[in-house]
Design a protein around this ligand. Structure first.
Ligand SMILES: [Zn+2]
Length: 361
């Protein structure tokens, strides 16, 4: 199976970095080391697509054939709105547009439809990944179950995750003692400038294998990239936690105890900087109301994701998906209002308990 450009080559190693070559073409690429595996998945879930969707609604797609060029230019503009907002989202959406416009036999109408569909698809996928992160990797949710149980539970609700495939290739790479040595990545504008013999000799010298061969992933779509990063989180047991200040999820990069994320909270100060000076912290460990909140939340969660229905066709979800979505949205609004000091802990619990009443068994 041949992959067409643009594509990304992703090398994993024993560290929590993803080593990525974003290849625009066979001769033009950019090397980036994405630190803290999982961070880009969390950031994807928070990415605001609303401006893109508004621009799409404004498009005149009634007469595609007569203003095809104009629509195409608009699409490039819309994708560029996401530039610098995420480490790789814009690259892959761009790549999907190149494939659609230059690499397919689709009619103009179908090409336009498929790009519009792409945006809505990724907005949907944000929801799926929000659930994936929470069900599989948050310490605060479903904590009566083990991680493998939670993964099975998630796979049961989203079966496409279990069947997903990624493409891999083998290549020579500067791997040294299990780590990708980024100092040896060759950067050049003209291949003739590179002393290939010397580069290969250097690469070989630190190698623990005969010719330093390794496998890497060939990634062409945003969906594949998110899947790869998420699976690497699972493989490494990387967990997520809610920030005690802004209430958003962040990746726990190592074993150190952390309550706050690195996002900018107010002015140019981050949650971590502000949090360090706070006397009381609203983390689950240190706050009686949040603990109570979590107990109620987990009860609803378990009721929705019925673990006892693993291998049967019995319908045991007592809540519909829509009901559960609405309820968990309300719950997170309450938790945020409490963390921001707009309501008291007692009010939060009262309102939350009330919201679950219609669900009493
Ligand atoms: Zn925060």
């Amino acid at each position: 199976m041949e992959a067409t450009y643009p594509l990304a080559r992703v090398f994993t190693d024993k560290t929590n970095n993803l080593n990525v070559f974003f290849d625009e073409s066979p001769t033009a690429n950019q090397f980036v080391q994405l630190r803290d595996i999982g961070k880009c998945v969390v950031e994807f879930c928070e990415l605001d697509f609303s401006q893109c969707l508004e621009e799409i609604k404004k498009l005149n797609t009634e007469t595609v054939s007569s203003n095809f060029e104009e629509i195409k230019n608009r699409f490039w503009y819309i994708v560029d709105l996401l530039k610098d907002k995420h480490p790789y989202v814009q690259f892959f959406l761009n790549s999907q547009m190149v494939l659609t416009f230059y690499g397919s036999d689709k009619s103009k109408e179908e090409q336009v439809d498929s790009i519009i569909h792409m945006f809505y698809y990724y907005v949907d996928l944000q929801n799926t990944y929000r659930i994936a992160l929470e069900v599989c990797l948050s310490d605060e949710v479903l904590n009566e179950y083990t991680l493998p149980e939670r993964l099975l539970l998630f796979g049961n609700n989203f079966p496409t995750f279990n069947r997903y495939m990624l493409r891999t290739r083998y290549g020579i790479a500067p791997m040294s003692y299990g780590e990708f040595d980024k100092s040896r990545v060759i950067r050049y504008s003209d291949p003739d400038e590179v002393d290939m013999k010397k580069v290969l000799a250097d690469t070989h010298r630190d190698s623990q294998t005969p010719i330093n061969m390794t496998n890497y992933f060939v990634i062409q779509t945003l969906e594949e990239m998110l899947y790869l990063e998420f699976m690497e989180m699972l493989k490494r047991g990387i967990r997520i936690k809610r920030c005690a200040l802004c209430d958003k999820y962040f990746v726990l990069a190592d074993k150190r105890k952390r309550e706050y994320c690195d996002r900018v909270y107010k002015g140019n100060r981050t949650c971590k900087q502000i949090g360090a000076k706070l006397k009381f912290n609203k983390s689950v460990e240190g706050d009686q109301f949040l603990q109570e909140f979590q107990t109620i939340y987990n009860r609803m969660y378990s009721r929705y994701y019925r673990i006892d229905a693993w291998d049967s066709d019995r319908l045991t979800n007592k809540l519909s998906e829509e009901e559960f979505k609405q309820w968990s949205y309300l719950a997170s609004q309450l938790r945020l209002a409490y963390k921001e000091g707009h309501i008291t802990g007692k009010q939060m619990i009262e309102k939350l308990s009330k919201s679950t009443e219609y669900e009493k068994e």
